[in-house]
Design a protein around this ligand. Structure first.
Ligand SMILES: Nc1ncnc2c1ncn2[C@@H]1O[C@H](COP(=O)(O)OP(=O)(O)OP(=O)(O)O)[C@@H](O)[C@H]1O
Length: 307
């Protein structure tokens, strides 16, 4: 049976007068890495915590592996791994002891020493949790979420505050999880992380779903790429504009750097280089700049800061 790993339908969550999640419906296919994106305060953590069973839906329903995260918590616990944004550890405990303790709660845990090594936590065995650096605490939280070999893991900003090496180690772990069929739901603010890891993306804003799709479909949907041309400064490009299809724009953004925007395709590239050749101009460089997920995200959610 190919039922959904997570199904959120019509979820509404309020904190007093404030609506954090506003009629949200979304699904997570099993075996995928699904990223939940959104500006600060969009309702991601509230949604994820409801899926984890920490909050009861006020309106709407949430199903996780076909079960109710609150009512069926006992059945779900061994099947679902959870990495919280912060907390969840005893401050005086030692990391390795804590991980071994958690591992013993599961029927078939991962090898704790191997996991400690993978996450570069080998040297911190005698440091109490409260004295670990933020990045070490993050990695320990990830190890705790994975040690029970879950079918589904929720990772809330798994690489926030990590150094580049630890980020990469985390990405590799997530890729291995997907390869072994584990479903991963993650929130993040790093678009490069999403482009590298996610099969599917849900974009939230103001507690609502505003876009869904694969990173590729989101970046190519109705998107216009741009062409960047580097050459001598101060060229009169009015003749170039006249030679290109109607609607194509050419501006000299900074001296010697021209940006061509419109429907960029192979014929247009040819026409641009042809025009410069006919003018006897040797270009320093030319390249197509594709729309990134960050461009899409900012287009969808705006550029102003969220409170
Ligand atoms: N315990 C709480 N009490 C009151 N308001 C809350 C509480 N938790 C969250 N909120 C509010 O609900 C809204 C959604 O918060 P949530 O943490 O779900 O957003 P988020 O998308 O995870 O944000 P971030 O990217 O900053 O982690 C925000 O406006 C937040 O201030």
């Amino acid at each position: 049976m190919n039922s959904l790993a997570v199904e959120v339908a019509g979820l509404v969550m309020r904190y007093g007068e404030a609506t954090a999640v506003d009629g949200l419906s979304l699904a997570v296919e099993p075996g995928t890495v699904t990223a939940v994106l959104g500006p600060n305060g969009a309702g991601k953590t509230t949604t994820i915590e409801t899926c984890e069973g920490y909050r009861r839906p006020q309106t709407g329903t949430v199903r996780v592996l076909g079960l109710d995260p609150v009512r069926d918590a006992v059945q779900l616990r061994p099947r679902v791994g959870v990495m919280l944004q912060s907390g969840g550890a005893w401050s005086a405990s030692y990391p390795h002891e804590m991980l071994r303790y958690v591992a013993r709660l599961y029927a078939d845990p991962l090898d704790v020493d191997a996991l400690i090594d993978r996450l570069g936590l080998g040297g911190i065995g005698r440091t109490p949790y409260r004295r670990l650096s933020g990045g070490q605490q993050q990695r320990l939280a990830l190890a705790t979420a994975l040690v029970g070999r879950p079918e589904l893991v929720f990772l809330d900003e798994p690489t926030a505050g990590l150094d580049p090496q630890a980020r990469r180690a985390t990405w590799e772990l997530v890729e291995e999880l997907r390869a072994s069929g584990v479903t991963v739901v993650l929130t993040t603010h790093f678009m490069d992380e999403v482009e590298r890891l996610a099969d599917w993306v849900h974009v939230l804003d103001h507690g609502r779903l505003i876009a869904s799709g694969s990173p590729k479909s989101l970046t190519s949907d109705g998107a216009e790429n741009t062409l960047r041309v580097d050459g001598p400064a101060g060229i009169d490009v009015s003749g170039l504009i006249a030679a290109l299809p109607a609607g194509t724009q050419v501006v000299e953004q900074t001296p010697g750097q021209y940006l061509v925007s419109g429907a960029i395709d192979a014929a247009l590239l040819h026409a641009v280089t042809g025009w410069f050749a006919a003018e006897g101009v040797l270009l320093d460089g030319i390249g197509v700049r594709r729309r990134t997920l960050e461009d899409v995200f900012l287009d969808l959610t705006g550029r102003e800061l969220r409170s």
